[in-house]
Design a protein around this ligand. Structure first.
Ligand SMILES: [Fe+2]
Length: 406
């Protein structure tokens, strides 16, 4: 099933690749390299063929089931996950925007009461259930972003989203609940950029912090930028069956670089089995660095097992992924506890500059139990009071959120 060291040598794929010595950072970058992945796997299994017989960690099932266990190929028609907003529903949204503007309240007060959607609200509640106990994603189409001002767009996106997940997460040190996903290299200091979200580069599979991610496309790229999602539960089943040792690795403690934060790193597992739910929470850049944010050489290196596990997640996610056809005015909602996501590299031009607004949401009534090791992060995310919430209407690079490790 796996390539052997001799097979890789015959094909000249393993020369020059070596496993790191104890305490050394493995040869791994933010962008996965399939040749290195296969070489690492072959060398590790040659060193210890019994790895594949490692028992799963205590409490972890051999297989999980449910509607969130899916493969991209089973979704054949986007009607299966795209909900088209009707004229009546769009009018209801428009009325709610005007209603909220008439209240003269700060945007942090947007909630299902101040942004009333009499007929759409039950639909959005059902779709929220789809996030937490169904397939884990849906798309709403289409918000008329060209006819709204930036403020009205912000109100409508936050308002609609409040019926899906009333709690908005803090995404930066200055209490911003909006993040702008856009190539900022031309307008911002490159030294500040440590996240592919602010470039046209591909973003590899990862999760964001928090329960739910909502993305609104203000504009799409001239070319590329496809969003991809994959079921963490399906990934789990694959790895648990073939490489239970990597499940043990993922469920053990990892050293996450806080990139200049204090303390310089945090430690926690990336994978949890909590209250019957498989939860994966990780971003590869914390272990490999990205652009100006290099992995801090002063903090403990990751292990070869961890390097292999990062690639195992990425390539398994890719194998089972679904590409979403994100259009201008679309709102994409995903469960970031049970799905991973990625996006392709893209190219902007003078007419089309990819620009998304992101919210992190939570629906307390439907939410999964938060693992204890993540609770301190969730406390920093979801404890913002309405008057504390900041809604930047223009793109900015997020400031560090007090050691919140995404
Ligand atoms: Fe993300």
């Amino acid at each position: 099933m796996y390539d052997t060291v001799s097979t890789l040598r015959e094909n000249n794929l393993i020369s020059g690749f070596n496993l790191a010595g104890p305490g050394e950072q493995p040869d791994i970058e933010y962008h996965p390299d399939a040749t290195k992945y296969h070489a690492r796997t072959a060398l590790r299994l040659q060193q210890d063929p019994e790895l594949v017989n490692t028992p799963l960690p205590s409490g972890f099932p051999s297989k999980v089931e449910g509607p969130i266990v899916w493969e991209g190929k089973q979704w054949t028609d986007e009607k299966q996950w795209v909900y088209e907003l009707s004229e009546v529903e769009l009018k209801e949204i428009d009325n709610a925007v005007k209603h909220f503007q008439g209240l003269n309240l700060p945007l942090g007060h947007i909630n299902p009461t101040t942004f009333p959607l009499p007929t759409l609200s039950p639909t959005l509640h059902a779709l929220s259930k789809e996030l937490y106990s169904g397939r884990g994603f849906f798309v709403l189409r289409t918000l008329p972003v060209d006819t709204y001002s930036k403020l009205q767009t912000a109100i409508s996106f936050a308002g609609i989203s409040s019926h899906v997940g009333p709690l908005r997460g803090r995404q930066s040190g200055d209490n911003a609940v909006f993040a702008h996903i856009k190539d900022l290299r031309a307008t911002h200091n490159l030294k500040e950029i440590g996240n592919a979200a602010y470039t046209t580069d591909a973003q590899v599979f990862h999760t964001d912090a928090g329960d739910l991610i909502a993305l609104l496309a203000l504009e799409v790229a001239a070319e590329g930028g496809t969003s991809r999602i994959s079921s963490s539960w399906r990934i789990y089943n694959d790895i648990a069956e073939n490489r239970p040792d990597l499940i043990a690795t993922l469920a053990d403690k990892w050293v996450l670089d806080s990139f200049g934060g204090d303390p310089p790193y945090s430690q926690r597992p990336l994978l949890f089995h909590e209250d019957g739910n498989i939860i994966l929470q990780y971003s590869r850049r914390h272990f490999t660095g990205y652009l100006s944010q290099k992995r801090n050489p002063e903090i403990p290196a990751i292990t070869e097992a961890q390097a292999e596990a990062l690639d195992a997640i990425h390539y398994t996610a890719e194998k089972h992924s679904l590409a979403l056809n994100f259009q201008k005015g679309d709102m994409q909602f995903i469960n970031s506890l049970g799905l991973v996501h990625a996006r392709d590299a893209f190219r902007d031009d003078e007419n089309k500059t990819r620009h998304l607004i992101r919210l992190w949401l939570r629906n307390e009534d439907l939410a999964w139990k938060t693992p204890a090791a993540l609770q301190h992060i969730w406390d920093k995310l979801y404890k913002l009071k309405p008057d504390e919430q900041n809604f930047p209407l223009e793109p900015e690079i997020r400031k560090k959120a007090g050691g919140v490790a995404k």
